[in-house]
Ligand binder design. Structure first.
Ligand SMILES: Cc1cc2nc3c(=O)[nH]c(=O)nc-3n(C[C@H](O)[C@H](O)[C@H](O)COP(=O)(O)O)c2cc1C
Length: 246
């Protein structure tokens, strides 16, 4: 246990000391924006906090209904940030959003992007880490924008976010706790993007927050790979999904 704590602390220290360097923990070249064509407004000006609401797909945040038959009852729920991110410079599409989209494409799932009701998260990396640390210390539960979809329609919910300070971002606990009853009896499958911490205990933390759900095998993807090595990330995602029966 001491060893595990030491490892997580070391990773967090290294990632903080490293700031937005030009290489990630796997040695990949970074600093490039992704080339995704998904239509989002231009958020390259990291000071434009108000622009962030433009990321929302709809008031509810639910994307196009991909569940075209009763046999597909899968939802992908994710939280992800654009702007300046670790090792990738300013990004127009969040690392986790890229992975979430791959999962939805492969499984035919619907998607729901968790957005904060009051968007006070900065688009500069250092400022964001400060606010996230404060939220962690306060055990905050930031409010979620819009309406969470009717979860009774789904059997399986993929749930993903960046690792923030070795944990789920606090807004994810808002989702878990606020929907604990609706998620009971369902299979929840966690995924993360990160800068070295891997899944960071997302699975056990999710089990703790939603004890009446079954938590499946999770997947951790390097954030810089999500931006810069999408072919190989897609392979990893597809192979993981195939192991889960998709
Ligand atoms: C506030 C904050 C805290 C972070 N903490 C960690 C961490 O503890 N371990 C880690 O590996 N990466 C950490 N990262 C890096 C992110 O997990 C990584 O860049 C992720 O891919 C960002 O995904 P997103 O673009 O979907 O938000 C942190 C990033 C931020 C902004």
């Amino acid at each position: 246990m001491k060893k595990l704590l030491l490892t997580v602390t070391l990773i967090v220290c290294v990632f903080m000391l490293g700031g937005c360097q030009s290489t990630d923990s796997t040695g990949n070249q970074t600093g490039k924006n992704n080339s995704s064509t998904v239509s989002q407004s231009d958020k390259s000006d990291t000071s434009k906090q108000d622009d962030k609401s433009a990321v929302s797909k709809s008031e509810s945040g639910v994307s196009a209904d991909n569940n075209t038959s009763d046999s597909t009852k899968t939802l992908v729920v994710y939280f992800s940030r654009t702007g300046e991110q670790y090792g990738v410079g300013n990004i127009d599409k969040g690392n986790t959003a890229i992975v979430a989209e791959m999962i939805a494409e492969k499984t035919g799932a619907d998607s729901f992007e968790i957005l904060p009701k009051e968007d006070y998260y900065p688009y500069t990396y250092d400022a964001l880490t400060d606010i996230a640390k404060q939220e962690l210390n306060d055990n905050a539960r930031p409010e979620i924008k819009g309406t969470v979809p009717d979860l009774s329609k789904y059997d399986t919910v993929f749930i993903g976010s960046p690792v923030w300070w070795g944990d789920w971002p606090m807004i994810m606990y808002t989702f878990f706790e606020g929907n604990r009853d609706a998620l009971a009896g369902k299979t929840l499958i966690p995924f993360s993007t990160h800068a070295g911490s891997g899944l960071s205990g997302f699975d056990s933390k999710l089990s703790g927050a939603c004890p009446d759900s079954t938590v499946g095998t999770g997947l951790a993807i390097s954030g810089t790979d999500a931006q810069n090595n999408q072919d190989s990330v897609r392979e990893s995602v597809n192979s993981w999904l195939s192991g889960l029966g998709y």
